[in-house]
Design a protein around this ligand. Structure first.
Ligand SMILES: Nc1ncnc2c1ncn2[C@@H]1O[C@H](COP(=O)(O)OP(=O)(O)OP(=O)(O)O)[C@@H](O)[C@H]1O
Length: 327
């Protein structure tokens, strides 16, 4: 189990991580989400032992991960960290970059393992290519394979697909994350991208200004975001005044609703005027306006005429569960 106990860290005197505690079971996958500058990369570095913590401790299976003041070469053998800087050997081939990190065992197995890892990163045909001739996305994939070469027990990934195009990214996620689960490798992924999280992470830790706001199971967090900040990390979200939904309501509460949770109705619900319409492939995202609230975004199968008055509805069970959460 990975365990952080009250971890705090400051760059010079600037606090960046504020008493963070977390627990993650062996083989689990935790995503760390938060806006830019919230401390995601710093938290990964703290877990890896690259930083001298101000307070707190990091443990893996009861063994304390020590910082740079205690180790000559930071980083523990059982843990690998794939940073955003890749750190590859540019003048050697992809295969050599991977095999340099394999433990010494027989050559046949060595080649087999390189081939297996090239398959995981979908670069089967590129083993002989020099790293300096690769694109940024390809280098990122080689850095992943290199980290896996040493069969770590725990893998720390910092924005692992940020340089990779959408098409490859999807294929790679669907290959890499099941592979890690099959190998029982514990994963901590720092990311902005909800697609890295929703289908693959068991739990999510939300960071804001270096503070852990919540750690919860992914589906629970998505369906019951306790704060607008949390819901906003998964995409666009509406803050609807409760009075809009229940005109007899006596509170100033707001209800968070994702665009797909609002439905066009014939004559019931609340009115908005269509302001804009964005094609999203599988649907249209419609921007509606009202005088008494900010813009309201909802999904619809077809485009809607600008200026048209429409009624919107939201299921009662969604209103009720969100009402308890947002003040
Ligand atoms: N080497 C450093 N020296 C001083 N301050 C730093 C250093 N690295 C990061 N910071 C600061 O620490 C804070 C957290 O940075 P961090 O890179 O952890 O954020 P992040 O959530 O990973 O951001 P992003 O999503 O943009 O990568 C930021 O305010 C950043 O400016």
């Amino acid at each position: 189990m990975l365990e952080l106990k009250n971890v705090s860290f400051a760059y010079h005197k600037k606090p960046v991580l504020d008493t963070i505690s977390l627990r993650l079971e062996r083989g689990g996958h935790l995503a760390i989400m938060g806006e830019s500058g919230s401390g995601k990369s710093t938290l990964l570095k703290a877990i890896y032992g690259l930083l001298e913590l101000k307070h707190g401790e990091v443990h893996w299976n009861g063994h304390q991960v020590l910082g740079p003041n205690f180790t000559l070469i930071p980083g523990e053998k059982y843990m690998k960290y794939v940073s955003q800087d890749f750190e590859l050997m540019p003048f050697t081939t992809v295969g050599e970059n991977i095999s340099a990190h394999l433990s010494a065992f027989n050559l046949e197995k060595h080649d087999q393992r390189v081939a297996e890892l090239l398959q995981v990163i979908e670069m089967e045909d590129m083993g002989e290519v020099k790293v300096k001739n690769l694109s940024g996305g390809q280098k990122q994939r080689v850095a992943l394979a290199r980290a896996l070469a040493q069969e770590p027990e725990i893998l720390l990934l910092d924005e692992p697909f940020s340089n990779i195009d959408q098409f490859k990214k999807n294929k790679l996620r669907h290959r890499l994350f099941p592979y890690l689960r099959e190998k029982n490798i514990t994963v901590v992924t720092a990311t902005h991208d909800p697609d890295d999280v929703l289908s693959f992470a068991d739990e999510v830790l939300i960071l804001k200004d270096g503070e852990a706001l919540v750690q919860e199971a992914t589906t629970q967090l998505y369906h019951n975001p306790k704060l607008p900040y949390v819901a906003g990390l998964f995409g666009r979200v509406n803050h609807l005044p409760i009075k809009l939904l229940k005109d007899y309501a006596k509170t100033e509460h707001q209800v968070l609703a994702y665009p797909h949770e609002l439905r066009l109705a014939k004559k019931s619900g609340f009115k908005v005027v269509v302001k804009d319409c964005f094609f999203k492939g599988s649907h249209y995202l419609i921007e509606g306006i009202r005088e008494d609230s900010g813009p309201i975004f909802f999904n619809h199968d077809e485009p809607l005429e600008i200026g048209r008055l429409v009624y919107l509805n939201i299921a009662l069970h969604i209103i009720n569960k969100r009402l308890n959460l947002v003040g």
